[in-house]
Design a protein around this ligand. Structure first.
Ligand code: FAD
Ligand code: NAD
Length: 479
């Protein structure tokens, strides 16, 4: 017992932000309890979100031989008949391992973990409802709300977990469809749409807006969509879903404008809602917005109620496991009265579609909107020797550069290893580097990372007037 409370810090939710807050506070010597409604720790990230979707992707790429098809043709397969069981086998193993690692991390750091559903009684007291219906009350000096989100389920979508699914259902798939409609061209929709397309499932993406992935650099999305269309994926853009009917056992999506899309299976990925509905927030003086999200101080992650913090997806953008981890750490530092780590200006965004997209810093559109004079440099991954060896036919790396300072403003990559390659650009960006770094640095050869140099040289060629042109204009003598 700490002072007049049972714990110094109580964390609701064991996802990335809750886990990091708990371990950080424990390292500062505080007593910490983590409560999670799921019998297994890890949160959405481990059980239905990040890790399952990335494991499914890796399994699909391996079993289909996707990465080798550039050389051996589209008919190439590592395993001929791939079924849902093949996907589940690797998933179960990976998730078990993740949970084991997290359980061990909690126990070696002295963090206590309790299974049960938490709700507020007041600013310091929480009721925990256990599995058998028993409940008890615990108190804590400070509380972190790290409850994450659940899939948004509108009433006009007849979810049944078999033919009409959300992104929680799809990780428990018992049969692979031959055709799939994905409603929502956000990150989750596009990741799953492209993963299933790599399995040769016929995929149609329906998106209410005129574009998919609207926050990504436009030229990068255009290159990405070209690759997806080229392999037979269909898009219905600017077409909000009106209704879903089940006809002869198959879902038919009726779209605004009259189009119909029929498929064996339909995945609805039209956003997520903060898991705050049953937290009894009013008891501690908080209120969520209509999507269940909480407002916080962006520097400390403290809510408007002193001593109560909110971290991770429940506070909204950017809703990433990567950023959630850092939010948890900062909240714990503030709650424990320790110095706050300075947040770097730029964080990367990794979209694990097939092919991958990753981005950091300003898009070309943002540079233009901010009135920054800029130039771009582009490299095609197939132009690198490593790309030749790998048989790559697509992929692009784009640098956005400030003309007056030569500073790097943004990096946008679509293609193999994009989510790994981005960190080179991220480091240069956060250290305030210029694109000359890429021109002068020696890269391992042959690597895809060389694309940075190719793109930088492309930008240099655009920025630097050619000597023969200057000579022609009479400003430089030709030697
Ligand atoms: C399909 C999908 C793919 C994703 N892929 C990526 C990716 O590739 N990269 C990336 O960075 N991010 C990805 N994300 C986002 C990432 O999963 C989230 O940003 C991250 O999980 C958020 O962490 P969190 O701390 O908010 O907690 P969450 O992981 O959301 O976990 C919240 C936990 O709180 C528990 N809980 C909720 N209410 C209560 C209660 N009242 N009492 C007790 N416990 C409660 C839940 O059981 C859950 O375990 C993906 C998300 C999805 C859905
Ligand atoms: N790799 C990653 O980092 C990763 C992966 C998956 C998810 N996430 C996180 O999860 C969060 C949620 O992702 P999401 O894709 O579910 O939500 P989202 O809000 O990003 O995208 C939902 C999309 O569905 C469309 N939509 C909604 N209703 C529709 C309708 N009736 N008809 C047609 N289109 C409709 C919206 O216009 C939007 O483009 C994201 O914020 C993301 O940060 C991250």
């Amino acid at each position: 017992m700490t002072g007049s409370f049972d714990y110094d810090l109580l964390v609701i939710g064991s996802g990335p932000s809750g886990r990091r807050a708990a371990v950080q506070a424990s390292k500062f010597g505080r007593s910490v309890l983590v409560v999670d409604a799921n019998p297994r720790v890890g949160g959405v990230s481990v059980h239905t979100g990040t890790i399952p979707s990335k494991t499914l992707r890796e399994t699909v790429l391996n079993l289909t031989g996707w990465r080798e098809r550039g050389f051996y043709g589209m008919a190439y397969r590592v395993k001929k008949d791939i079924g849902a069981g093949d996907l589940q086998a690797r998933l179960t193993k990976t998730l078990d391992y993740e949970v084991d690692v997290l359980d061990h991390q909690f126990s070696r750091n002295g963090v206590q973990v309790e299974r049960g559903f938490a709700r507020f009684l007041d600013r310091h007291r929480i009721e925990i409802l256990g599995e058998a219906g028993h409940s008890h009350v615990v108190s804590a000096d400070k509380i972190v709300i790290a409850v994450g989100t659940t899939p948004y389920r509108p009433s006009n979508v007849p979810f049944d977990g078999k033919t009409v699914l959300d992104s929680d259902d799809i990780v428990r798939l018992s049969q692979l469809p031959r055709s799939l409609t994905v409603i929502g061209g956000g990150v989750i929709g596009i990741e799953y749409a492209t993963i299933f397309s790599a399995l040769d499932v016929r995929v149609t993406v329906v998106e209410a807006r005129d574009t998919i992935l609207d926050f990504i650099d436009r030229e990068t999305v255009a290159d990405f969509m070209h690759q997806l269309r080229d392999r037979g994926m269909n898009f219905r853009l600017g077409a909000p879903l009106e209704e879903i009917r089940i006809e002869a056992g198959q879902p038919v999506a009726l779209l605004d404008g009259g189009r119909r899309v029929r498929s064996e299976m339909l995945l609805f990925t039209g956003g997520r809602t903060g898991a705050t509905e049953r937290l009894d927030l009013a008891a501690c003086g908080l209120e969520a917005d209509k999507r269940g999200r909480l407002k916080v101080d962006p520097d400390t992650f403290e809510t408007e109620v002193p001593g109560i913090y909110a971290t991770g997806d429940v506070i909204g953008f950017p809703s990433l496991a990567s950023t959630s981890l850092e939010q948890g750490r900062i909240a714990a530092c503030h709650a424990c009265g320790e110095a706050l780590p300075a947040a770097p200006s730029f964080f990367p965004y990794g979209i694990y579609s097939v092919p991958e997209i990753s981005t950091v810093g300003l898009t070309e559109e943002q540079a233009r909107a901010q009135g920054i004079p800029y130039e771009c440099g582009i490299a095609r991954l197939r132009e690198t020797s490593r790309g030749h060896i790998m048989g790559l036919s697509g992929g692009m790396l784009k640098l956005v550069i400030a003309l007056d300072t030569r500073k790097l403003l943004g990096v946008h990559i679509v293609g193999e290893s994009a989510t790994e390659l981005i960190h080179i650009g991220q480091a240069v960006l956060n250290f305030g580097g210029t694109f000359d770094y890429f021109i002068d640095a020696t890269f391992n050869y042959p690597t895809l990372a060389e694309a940075y140099k190719v793109a930088a040289l492309d930008a240099w060629n655009r920025i630097t007037p050619r000597r023969d042109e200057l000579a022609h204009a009479g400003s430089v003598p030709m030697s």
